[in-house]
Write a new protein. Structure first.
Length: 300
């Protein structure tokens, strides 16, 4: 920033002498004197009154001092903003995600962010919910999005909400037009579920046990993506988070039906970061993009 003359002038005005300004700025006195002479020549006025005990700004010098102060403050702000913008110009954002968010929510948020900030690169690691938190706690991911489990001291929760479980079906399925389903409605159709070690399956099995309903899945898989072709090509039903496959539902490739259960099938979801870490500007900006795509956070 070409503010050298103003900085030197303001230092002399504040310290009262070229020698003191030279010591403060660690700049040769001759360079400071030359910059002030250049300003006086450019403005065609005397900026300082030379007195026995130092230099005092003239009326013109006082006016320039006020202006110089504002210019330098604004220059510092602009430099800071430009350096901050560099954080959105290039860089890497590392996201750890449970699969329920990696199918739709996370890649869609990345696509929207990339459209505005094409220089930012992303690295997404898909893990079981507990491992997402572990990766964040180790500092190996900038953000984690996962289903809420036990609190971890090393991790800060930046967003906390709940999401309902839904039943997915093909658009021509006999139940596709239902306003809502009960657990008992699933028994008459082939069902695809995740394995018993997943939070989705555990919540579903607990709800079925409370109502005395036995649902024996035709297909069991340890990832959600395996369940989708089965649903598309059969009269089967699959259980997933309401956030997992928003795009196929919007495109009417699948229908998403609410399901009612006495125990409730909502699960907590969180976006996490390493505690006490100041997130880079690009990460903070992507966090806002991601949260906009999620349900309203819990309050209180």
């Amino acid at each position: 920033m070409q503010t050298t003359g103003l900085r030197y002038f303001l230092a002399v005005a504040r310290t009262g002498s070229i020698a003191a300004a030279s010591s403060q700025l660690n700049v040769a006195a001759s360079a400071i004197s030359r910059q002030i002479a250049n300003l006086e020549a450019e403005l065609d006025c005397v900026l300082f009154e030379r007195r026995p005990r130092g230099m005092v700004p003239s009326p013109a010098g006082e006016l320039l001092a006020q202006h110089a102060h504002q210019v330098l403050i604004r220059a510092e702000q602009v430099v800071t903003e430009i350096r901050e913008l560099e954080g959105l110009a290039r860089g890497l954002i590392r996201v750890a995600s449970a699969e329920g968010f990696a199918l739709d929510i996370v890649p869609n948020a990345i696509a929207a962010f990339h459209a505005a900030h094409p220089g930012i690169r992303f690295e997404v690691t898909v893990l079981p919910p507990a491992q997402v938190t572990q990766i964040v706690a180790m500092g190996e991911a900038d953000l984690g999005i996962t289903f809420a489990l036990a609190p971890t001291a090393q991790v800060e929760v930046l967003y906390d909400a709940q999401v309902e479980m839904r039943v997915l079906a093909a658009a021509d399925h006999p139940l596709a037009g239902a306003s809502a389903l009960r657990l008992a409605d699933l028994v008459a159709y082939p069902v695809a579920l995740t394995t018993r070690d997943t939070t989705l399956r555990q919540a579903f099995d607990a709800a079925c046990a409370q109502e005395g309903i036995a649902v024996e899945p035709v297909l069991t898989a340890n990832n959600l993506s395996t369940l989708l072709p089965f649903v598309r090509r059969s009269r089967g039903l699959a259980l997933m988070s309401a956030l997992s496959v928003q795009t196929p539902v919007q495109l009417k490739e699948l229908v998403s039906l609410p399901i009612r259960a006495r125990a409730g099938l909502a699960r907590g979801i969180q976006v996490q970061a390493l505690r006490d870490r100041r997130l880079p500007r690009a990460v903070r900006a992507f966090l806002r993009q991601l949260v906009e795509a999620l349900p309203p956070p819990r309050t209180g």
